[in-house]
Design a protein around this ligand. Structure first.
Ligand SMILES: NC(=O)c1ccc[n+]([C@@H]2O[C@H](COP(=O)([O-])OP(=O)(O)OC[C@H]3O[C@@H](n4cnc5c(N)ncnc54)[C@H](O)[C@@H]3O)[C@@H](O)[C@H]2O)c1
Length: 445
């Protein structure tokens, strides 16, 4: 099949590459000419395991191409995927301008039937708005070209995006017309072989399903963080509590790891957007507002612990930070907890030596060259001369480090662990001060 994808970010590029890998002919369109040039040269602008090989293979086979030419994109595919960004607007609602502009640009160039597939995360009612925006353009052009709009939210996880796309847990298709649903089902057939994962529903329910999934996951993490904060104050260990509750099949073990807050390009903006959409619909989403509040507070727990440990005297101190991306296996630092920590430390007059296996380039892009930030090429290098170590992202290489070497390199043997990677009693035996999340360290009255 012939597929066009508007937006070659995390979602668009992965979608395009995976659909091409399955045998389709895919043309990716982006307004970012520099990005398209890099992609044409075979450079992948994001870090995503497995993606580079697929882009290379399908590119060589002529099934995956890149362009900035909208007209070429619209002429190419029966399916016109919209996978552009939907960032938070000033009031927290989803900014739909990129989605609507992409839709209008399709309508400006359309000469025959097209299926518009909304893959971006968009508020309920967007399929109708896309339809209306396209109709207005077609009317202006004085042409009558048929099209359908489908809501097909994406559930892939950054860091495992290719695998998630290739073996999805579900493919949600929100569509009114059963024939269009069948065409989408055919497109997804290669990813749907060992059992049927396609769930067809109306567009509004599909749109809400995406937000509901992210809200549910964000709420689970946040409730666990709240319990961790309580555990610290009452002398309990949240890791025991976690295993104690996870064994209940109604609760389960996924997404109940306490930590220093969730970040990323989706949870924060999607929770905000759902709060804003609820308000617009005349409903006060109090629980979601609490999720947002507790999570933004949680992003300061590491800097609070560091300040408390050093008696507030942080000026001139240096902290080593391990992990900059918002989670492992990605270079994405959007809303990452590391940024809140680093900015808190700077505000207190502290210097930072940071290491991340893949996000250093992104950190350099965000923060540029500055005296109070040294970006280090190895985890070891970050420790040199630091007064303490803070761990923000649970990269695998941090799980079992050489503690003797850490002790030798740090000026004082203290670790602030935002992901509960280590055994507190082992670290204490080795002579470390060890502060984790919800593990009864210092807050007990
Ligand atoms: N990143 C994720 O893990 C993830 C997962 C599921 C859903 N989503 C949703 O998918 C959407 C895209 O997210 P992303 O992380 O891939 O965004 P991104 O910012 O990485 O990429 C968006 C791309 O769209 C391009 N673009 C903007 N306007 C355009 C236009 N009119 N025509 C063509 N290209 C245009 C931008 O230049 C950019 O390259 C968002 O709605 C997001 O919420 C993201």
């Amino acid at each position: 099949m012939r597929v066009t994808i508007f937006g070659t970010g995390y979602v668009g590029l992965v979608t395009g590459a995976c659909l091409a890998e399955a045998g389709n002919h895919v043309l990716c369109v982006d307004i970012d000419a520099a990005k398209i040039e890099r992609l044409k040269r075979g450079e992948i602008p994001i870090y995503e395991p497995g993606l580079e090989a697929i882009v290379e293979r399908t590119g060589e086979a002529g099934r995956l191409r890149f362009t900035t030419d909208v007209a070429e994109g619209v002429a190419h595919g029966l399916f016109q995927f919209i996978a552009v960004g939907t960032p938070a607007d000033e009031d927290g609602s989803a900014d739909l301008s990129y989605v609507l502009e992409a839709a209008r640009s399709i309508a400006r160039n359309m000469t025959e039937y097209r299926i518009i597939v909304d893959k971006s995360t968009v508020p309920v009612g967007t399929a109708d708005r896309v339809k209306a925006a396209m109709r207005a353009v077609l009317e202006e052009r004085g042409v009558d070209v048929q099209f359908d709009v489908v809501s097909n939210p994406e559930f892939l996880k950054e860091g495992a995006a290719v695998e998630d796309f290739m073996k999805p847990e579900r493919v949600v298709i929100g569509v009114d017309d059963p024939r269009t649903a069948e065409l989408l089902r055919t497109l997804y057939e290669p990813f749907n072989r060992n059992r049927d994962r396609v769930i067809v529903m109306d567009p509004r329910s599909a749109e809400l399903t995406k937000y509901a999934a992210n809200a549910m996951l964000a709420a689970r993490i946040t409730l666990m963080n709240e319990l961790a904060n309580l555990a610290e104050r009452v002398g309990a260990d949240i890791e025991h509590v976690r295993t104690g509750i996870g064994s209940d099949p109604r609760i389960g073990y996924s997404f109940i790891y306490p930590g220093c807050g969730y970040g990323g390009s989706c949870f924060p903006k999607d929770v905000k957007a759902l709060v804003a959409a609820s308000k617009e619909a005349g409903y006060s989403a109090d629980m979601l507002r609490a999720v947002e509040l507790v999570n933004s507070r949680q992003k300061h727990v590491l800097s609070d612990k560091i300040k408390r440990h050093f008696g507030g005297a942080l000026a001139g101190k240096t902290i080593a930070v391990w992990g900059l991306s918002f989670k492992p296996n990605t270079d994405d630092m959007r809303e990452a907890s590391s940024r809140v920590l680093i900015e808190d430390l700077w505000a207190a007059g502290c210097n930072v030596r940071a290491y991340d296996p893949v996000a250093l380039t992104e950190a350099r892009r965000l923060y540029g060259e500055r005296d109070n930030l040294v970006l280090c090429r190895t985890a070891d290098e970050a420790l040199a001369g630091a007064d303490g170590l803070a761990i923000v992202t649970e990269w695998r290489e941090f799980r079992s480090p050489d503690f003797d070497a850490i002790k030798a390199k740090l000026r004082t043997p203290v670790i602030f662990d935002g992901r509960n990677l280590y055994d507190p009693s082992l670290l204490r035996r080795m002579g470390f001060r060890y502060f984790a999340i919800g593990r009864g360290d210092s807050l007990r009255p």
